[in-house]
Design a binder for this molecule. Sequence first.
Ligand SMILES: [Zn+2]
Ligand SMILES: [Zn+2]
Length: 257
Amino acid sequence: MLEELRTQQLERIQIRGQWMKSYNFPVPPVIKEILDKTAGESTSWRPLWNGENEYQVTGPLGHFVVNMRTRRCTCRLWQISGISCVHATSCILKIRHPLTDYVPPYYSRISMSALYEHVLYPINGMENWPRNSDVGFELDPPNTKTQCGRPRKIRREETQVRFHENRVESLQRGPIITCSRCGQSGHNKRTCQNDPRVSTSQRSAPSGAQGSQVPNAQSDPPTQETTGAPSCQPPTTGPSSRNVRKAQRCGRRKTAD
Ligand SMILES: [Zn+2]
Ligand SMILES: [Zn+2]
């Protein structure tokens, strides 16, 4: 983009510099247009001279005081822009002075031609620049150091497929959790609803084997009670207590029915 701007400026300076050589008016065309417009509007204003440097200009918007020595007007436009306002223009035209004599020197044609007297010089394209081998040495790129806290460029974990209990697959970005109670993946110990005494191979068997698990869970607690032997797993805190409670609930429903 900078190269385009430089090329545009190269052409623009040349065109304007050539045009300024044939331009003869004392002020640039933009300033000339403003002066012509102001002179046309100043006809509705009537200046009254006080005998010294000031005028009282009367018009459709009231009275304004113009000081010709300090070049100020109470409308403040003359001292802000440097170009005479309608009130000052009416005074200048009354004393039959050219309006361009009251324009600051930075708006003159000489200043504008001085802007374009210097030109931009053309330069070669990048393919014509001298190479490092021609200079006599080869410049290496600067040494880089990985900044502290900079994020990794390569992801360590890839997206993994997660199998839910209802056999629905979904993509998971984090690590796959494994239950420490039943050994299955996809859930943890808190949400486990499997019987840890059934091995994983039996659980993955066809659905006919699942029906046989429920009677086992129902029949297990009575065997412990009838034998009276100390069980190897405490009945309340053991992993099978959840299934036992489930089986009892099912029993209550049966009795209620
Ligand atoms: Zn004014
Ligand atoms: Zn589990």
